[in-house]
Write a protein that binds this ligand. Structure first.
Ligand SMILES: [Zn+2]
Length: 283
């Protein structure tokens, strides 16, 4: 019985969803635990509020009005040192008054397993820093664009049906050497598998790259993007608005890839987070 009470006390703040600030601006953070590599949503009641912005771990974000709240979305870096960090919210009221609210959020560590794989020399060459940096600069440009309209609706769906061969945050060992963390989810699917839009969005990038292979980026609005690597064919052109479930590309084995698969990435204000959380929950 003692153990039951102990667990209840641990979970009580989560279950109760207590307001994080003073009663006049009762904002909410969901989930209340900031796990490495996951996403958080902040909500501030919209009554008498003209605008809300914030900063967390050096990441600035805007909050957007949705019904009776202003909602902001925050990513937690997968390599953020666990500990307490300040979430600052800047609120401008309709009468012009300004408030700054500060909340301490605890970043908890996530256990990321190791993934080992082998790349033949011709593929391994494509990992050259210069190639990766030049190509990432192109992708980075579109991830920095923040469309104000929210295109996504509700939960995301998996872009393909397949076994996950490497999850988000796995520590990669390539050809016997540590090679950083995996910033997406890999699905084992045969080349030519249809890749569908996991939510409504706009195609903002489609190109054949050396390291990332056939690459597409979807803009879901308000700083939320999804990325697709190693494609064999890009079907939806840049500029096209796509609906959840619409075929946008065919998977492949192009670029730095050890076998046919789809790499799916999720970007929150240009920070890579675990896309699977967005499939499980309506963030
Ligand atoms: Zn991957």
């Amino acid at each position: 019985m003692k153990r039951v009470f102990f667990i209840f006390f641990l979970l009580a703040p989560i279950i109760c969803g207590r307001p994080c600030f003073a009663a006049e601006t009762a904002c909410q953070v969901h989930p209340q635990i900031a796990w490495q590599g996951k996403t958080l949503a902040v909500k501030v009641p919209a009554e008498d509020v003209a605008s809300v912005s914030g900063i967390f771990l050096g990441q600035k974000f805007l909050c957007y009005k949705k019904g009776d709240v202003y909602k902001g979305i925050i990513g937690v870096p997968l390599d953020q040192k666990p500990g307490y960090y300040k979430l600052k919210l800047f609120i401008t009221r309709t009468d012009g008054a300004k408030e700054t609210r500060i909340k301490q959020l605890k970043v908890w560590s996530t256990r990321f397993p190791y993934s080992k794989f082998w790349l033949p020399p011709a593929r391994n060459k494509l990992r050259a820093r210069q190639i990766v940096n030049n190509e990432w600069a192109l992708i980075d440009k579109v991830l920095r664009q923040e469309a104000t309209a929210q295109r996504w609706q509700g939960k995301f769906i998996d872009p393909v049906t397949g076994e996950v061969s490497q999850g988000f945050g796995h520590k990669q060992i390539i050809n016997g050497k540590a090679a950083g963390s995996h910033r997406g989810v890999d699905y084992t699917v045969i080349s030519g598998t249809e890749v569908i839009a996991p939510n409504n969005g706009k195609i903002v990038f489609a190109d054949r790259l050396q390291a990332f292979g056939g690459t597409m980026v979807l803009d879901h609005g308000q700083g939320i993007h999804t990325l697709y690597f190693h494609l064999s064919k890009m079907i939806a052109p840049v500029g096209q608005e796509v609906k959840k479930g619409q075929v946008i590309a065919l998977s492949g084995n192009s670029g730095v890839s050890s076998g046919a698969h789809l790499h799916w990435g999720m970007s929150v204000h240009n920070l890579r987070v675990d896309p699977k959380q967005w499939v499980k929950y309506d963030i």
